[in-house]
Design a binder for this molecule. Structure first.
Ligand code: HEC
Length: 253
């Protein structure tokens, strides 16, 4: 019995030994390659709290350059259950009316001159490019002194958009490996920390993307909550029809 136990311990140690050696060796080797293309937003348009945070994020960090030209402030407040007092005090830009469309204060002519490209309206961006793309875009800015903005992006190489969230995310450099003429991305290295941890930054981006997903199809939040009423209505209608049929046929026999 004792011998058998010892044998098992020895055998299992022997089995894990190669793995331990490999781990020790890889400690000095290059860090693993980050596959940012497989990052998913994982957002949910039925999460009201996330949408409300996303609306805040958008108005604070994006609306300076980007508009949402098909959405009115009041519609956003109604759909996302934002009280009027909060809408007026936190979200509505000065001199705007709650019935206005969500325009941007930036004149697009000036923006085109400053950035080389006007910031696009983002009403339909989640529909045209998908939430995962925007999530990847907002998480793959890196320092690039050869660009006039000082930064570059993996999801949208040579984008004209500056790294506007670097105060939150921190500043990061990208490491590439040369493969012939091609530069293959390896991983990021943080050079200046941001005000958020990386988990908090992921949440910030997920909420912002969630909000843009909702804006791309404002009816989807309402439609999802309407489903149960439709089913209840159909059940009621079936019961009433059955009673009506009984009423009609009761004198026939
Ligand atoms: C300082 C101005 C500025 C701010 C602030 C800004 N952007 Fe942009 N953004 C731009 C410009 C300029 C472009 C056009 C980039 C291009 O086409 O190269 C752009 C493009 C985009 C695109 C389109 C990318 C594509 O593939 O076409 C998305 C999505 C986007 N921005 C999201 C955001 C979000 C979300 C925020 C807020 C967190 C934000 N932007 C804040 C200037 C800005």
């Amino acid at each position: 019995m004792r011998k058998a136990t010892i044998a098992i311990v020895v055998l299992s140690l022997a089995a894990t030994l190669p793995a331990l050696v490999a781990a020790a060796e890889s400690g000095t080797a290059a860090p693993e390659v980050v596959h940012w293309e497989s990052w998913r937003a994982g957002n949910s348009v039925s999460d009201l709290a996330s949408l409300q945070r996303g609306a805040h994020d958008f108005m604070s960090y994006c609306n300076g350059c980007h508009s949402l030209q098909y959405e009115r402030y009041q519609r956003m407040a109604d759909d996302l259950k934002i009280p009027t007092a909060v809408l007026v005090s936190d979200l509505l830009p000065p001199a705007s009316n709650h019935l206005d469309y969500i325009t941007s204060a930036m004149p697009s002519g000036d923006a085109a001159v400053w950035f080389g490209k006007a910031p696009p309206d983002l009403s339909l961006i989640a529909r045209s490019k998908g939430p995962d793309y925007i999530y990847q875009f907002l998480k793959t800015f890196y320092v690039d002194p050869t660009r006039s903005t000082g930064s570059n992006n993996l999801a949208y190489p040579n984008t004209a958009m500056p790294a506007v969230l670097s105060s939150l995310e921190g500043v990061k450099e990208a490491t590439f490996r040369s493969e012939g003429d091609e530069k293959v991305f390896q991983h990021f290295e943080s050079t200046v920390p941001g005000t958020l941890t990386s988990a908090q930054y992921d949440d910030f981006v997920r909420d912002t993307v969630n909000f843009l997903d909702y804006v791309g199809e404002p009816a989807q939040a309402a439609r999802r909550s309407m489903g149960k009423w439709v089913v209840a209505f159909l059940v009621l209608l079936t019961a009433l029809s059955w009673l009506l049929k009984k009423e009609y046929w009761k004198d026939v026999h």
